[in-house]
Design a protein around this ligand. Sequence first.
Ligand code: SF4
Length: 136
Amino acid sequence: MPSKKGEDLEYKVFRMIKDRGDKGILQSQLWKRINATSREGSRISLRLERAGLIERRRELHEGKWTYRLIAKKRSVNPLSILDLPCAFCPNQDKCGLGGPVSPATCPLLAQWVEKTAYETVRRGKVKVSLDEKLEA
Ligand code: SF4
């Protein structure tokens, strides 16, 4: 499992790939941009591919085989936030970090996040153990 720094880098790489749209980016060009070795870069791209976030297409570039990295299109399911407790919360006006009611301490929100994370893992959308996440 990648460290927090590794996760940040993965997210940054994913954003860079996504920003290139349908044409994607050659992984060798991407690694130069983030100053990573091809070994480090390949690990990141494999993790992103395994998570279902990108596609790696083999391509011959200047006589060498490489991969073109393309972000997969994902649709947002509005049903996923339909039962968010904040949507109909009577304390919405008072709620804020440092306020009398806060998302950081709200049991309703915590319960919703836990349930949503559990459902996501159960449906196999995230290939990590919920126990691993809770222990981290
Ligand atoms: S975090 Fe809790 S208190 Fe704040 S708006 Fe959402 S449900 Fe209400």
